[in-house]
Design a protein around this ligand. Structure first.
Ligand code: ATP
Ligand code: MG
Length: 180
């Protein structure tokens, strides 16, 4: 019988994201708790909180080099993202926290990244990007409560692997790209 050594998976569920620093994560989780009191549903764990920039889905591991090269082309300055607006999507019952004003650098980052991915042949989302942090799932929604604003200093973006677990997805940050 031949023994097989544990090996790296040949495909990964991947996405690019903004990943909060500790202080921002704490503030976002507090907003999640506040929104949960109003709208119910499943409160996302603090360690899951992020903003998706580009969703790749299941990706062969041997394409990692091409993905990294795409992200390497992005040249966006660091910026502050002010989150100040709770929202609810009825079609997927998600309660989220977003920005009433999207900074130009955020738009630039998403456009540059998705353009590079598209040129390299990766599937990109045709829908307009709405920057949001998912805070609640399977939520009823309701009247929108006022939320304390959160200032997120965005200094980098990351590539994340998503794995399914019994209590929701587990995310692992694989790599970081600093912003200028
Ligand atoms: P789960 O699907 O296990 O309930 P999840 O949605 O958090 O958990 P993923 O489906 O791996 O985990 O998604 C990772 C991130 O990418 C999330 O922010 C999710 O909203 C976003 N995402 C997932 N599918 C798409 C898609 N088709 N288009 C755009 N963004 C997506
Ligand atoms: Mg999902």
């Amino acid at each position: 019988m031949t023994e097989t050594a544990p090996s790296a998976p040949d495909s990964l569920r991947l996405f690019f994201a903004l990943w909060p620093d500790d202080a921002t994560r704490d503030a976002l989780y507090r907003t999640g708790t506040w929104l949960h009191q109003h709208w119910g549903g499943r409160l996302m764990r603090a360690d899951t909180l992020h903003i998706t920039l580009a969703f790749l889905g299941s990706t062969p591991a041997d394409q990692m080099g091409t993905l990294v090269a795409c992200a390497d082309t992005v040249q966006t300055d660091a910026f502050d993202l002010i989150l100040d607006q709770a929202g609810y999507w009825r079609h997927n019952r998600i309660g989220w926290f977003g920005a009433s004003q999207t900074p130009p650098q955020h738009i630039d980052l998403v456009s540059a990244l998705n353009a590079a991915l598209q040129v390299a042949g990766f599937p990109v989302d045709a829908r307009p990007h709405v920057p949001h942090v998912t805070l609640l799932r399977k939520s009823a929604g309701g009247e929108v409560p006022a939320c304390e604003r959160v200032n997120w200093p965005v200094n980098d973006f990351v590539l994340v692997a998503s794995r399914t677990a019994s209590d929701g997805a587990r995310y692992e940050v694989l790599r970081r790209w600093p912003l200028g």
